[in-house]
Design a protein around this ligand. Structure first.
Ligand SMILES: Cc1ncc(COP(=O)(O)O)c(C=O)c1O
Length: 473
């Protein structure tokens, strides 16, 4: 047996060690601080370790993981870890990831991954069905929302440019392409605009209304003005869940307008689109299916661990126009049951991320997801109501999804920053920071399957206490 392989007995031993580690991590989680007290010596030992000449026994590696890696990790799954749209992973995904690594399918050509190919197609179809995308739609599993946005916007750009997209790109155009987003859009869209050669000067950040939704009148004014000036409006990005407040842009109105004006509509639903699994959210989110493309993130509301994003595209052939390159060394046998995903996105080699998404949906079912999502949204509403009932606190934005933006009413921005820092340094909770209407605020984003109302009460009580202390000092 090659020394880089495990014999069956070692496989079983590794499996037992892994199973124990996972179970103990769950049990210990509540006793851990959200943010680790970093052991600098241990980190320096890692940073300076010479490349080992000889290997170490399995037990030693697991022991080191328990003693050094776990205590120096941020406990994302802790019930009071609430700073970002980053969930506690569900139970089954870690096992799916281990199996995906075992099979090491390359999800580029179907011949290298037939079952994975069928699974990815099915998952994409389920997502398309959730949003009632028509026949002919497609999509691909990505590493996350940023890649989903980039993947979609490249297709939008090329569809607009047409025949010369591949040969000329955006070079040499006398009329620059203009992209429209709201001022609350996630920065991954700006980043995509830069990567795609559009340039930030050609991204119009349209102001929002009091509910943090893109103002349609201002969008229309900007587009018509740009056209009059000889520029080329080509795409509007709406958000189904803005990253700071969770606002949902007026999706139906956007779809009507983009249809009339023949503009590509991309919806960034990385944060919120999968809330459609809850019937409560369906009416608000279904219009996202009227877009030309939609990003959504299983590593957010499906509670998959990183990485698993997804982009859906109304006309799958548009994806192929951008991404299909078939050099002789990759020439592939086509088969009506399978797709070559290398033709639908920028990556060639691609891991079997669809497995954890597929297993999660099949292990738990839509109804369990609806309950989990509704529970998190209820926690956010509960926090919002409690804040409104406390004179010392100010709810800075309406609670639409599961994000709550709050500040201590009588404190300055820097005093609010101190309150946030104390919540973290005293091990109470890890909340995020946000700027809303020019004011600094603390942001709780409920993505954690273990968080309870008691956690919310505790955070608010401590926030009030720290706020009072700030005022006294
Ligand atoms: C609205 C929105 N879009 C895009 C992203 C980027 O997603 P990812 O971190 O998966 O790249 C996020 C991340 O929180 C987001 O909230």
């Amino acid at each position: 047996m090659n020394e880089l392989l495990f014999d069956p007995a070692t496989h079983r031993k590794a499996g037992r060690l892994l199973g124990e580690l996972l179970a103990n991590y769950e049990i210990d989680l509540l006793n851990q601080p959200v943010l680790p007290q970093i052991n600098r010596d241990a980190m320096r030992a890692i940073l300076t370790e010479p490349l080992p000449e000889e290997g170490k026994p399995l037990e030693e590696l697991f022991q080191e993981f328990r003693d050094v890696v776990v205590p120096n990790s941020t406990h994302v799954a802790h019930p009071r870890f609430l700073p970002y749209v980053l969930p506690s992973p569900n139970g089954i995904s870690a096992f799916a990831d281990a199996l995906a690594s075992t099979l090491n399918q390359n999800c580029n050509l179907w011949t290298l991954s037939p079952a994975a190919n069928a699974i990815e197609q099915r998952v994409i179809s389920w997502f398309n069905e959730l949003f009632s995308f028509p026949k002919g739609s497609g999509g691909i599993i990505t590493s996350g929302g940023s890649m989903a946005n980039l993947t979609a916007l490249a297709v939008a750009r090329d569809t607009y440019i047409g025949n010369t997209a591949r040969t000329e790109g955006v070079q040499g155009r006398t009329s620059p392409l203009i992209l429209y987003v709201s001022e609350e859009v996630h920065n991954s869209v700006d980043k995509a605009a830069v990567i795609l050669g559009l340039g930030l000067n050609n991204v119009r950040h349209i102001p929002c209304d009091s509910q943090f939704r893109m103002c349609m009148d201002l969008l229309k004014d900007a587009i018509f003005r740009d056209r009059r000036e000889g520029l080329s409006p080509f795409c509007v990005v709406g958000s189904a869940g803005t990253v700071t407040t969770g606002a949902i842009d007026p999706l139906d109105t956007l779809a009507d307008f983009c249809g009339e004006e023949r503009l590509w509509l991309h919806i960034d639903g990385a944060y919120g689109a999968l809330a459609i699994l809850s019937e409560r959210m369906q009416a608000q989110l279904l219009p996202a299916g009227r877009a030309h493309s939609l990003s959504l993130d299983p590593h957010k509301l499906l509670f998959n661990p990183l990485e698993a994003g997804c982009v859906l595209v109304r006309n799958a052939e548009d994806m192929r126009s951008t991404y299909s390159f078939i050099p002789s060394y990759l020439s592939m046998v086509s088969d009506s049951d399978f797709l070559n995903y290398a033709e639908y996105g920028p990556q060639l080699s691609r891991s079997f991320k669809a497995l954890k998404v597929w297993w999660s949906l099949r292990a738990y079912g839509r109804k369990a997801y609806a309950r989990a999502i509704e529970n998190l949204f209820d926690l956010a509403s509960y926090m919002g109501e409690r804040i409104q009932a406390e004179a010392e606190l100010e709810l800075v934005a309406p609670v639409t999804l599961n994000a709550v933006c709050v500040r201590c009413r009588n404190l300055t921005d820097s005093q609010n920053e101190s309150v946030l820092a104390r919540l973290l340094s005293e091990g109470i909770a890890f909340l995020g920071r946000a700027q809303v209407k020019g004011k600094f605020c603390l942001r709780a984003c409920f993505m954690n399957l273990r968080t309870t109302r008691e956690d919310v009460d505790h955070i608010l009580e401590e926030m009030i206490r720290f706020g009072e202390e700030e005022l006294r000092n």
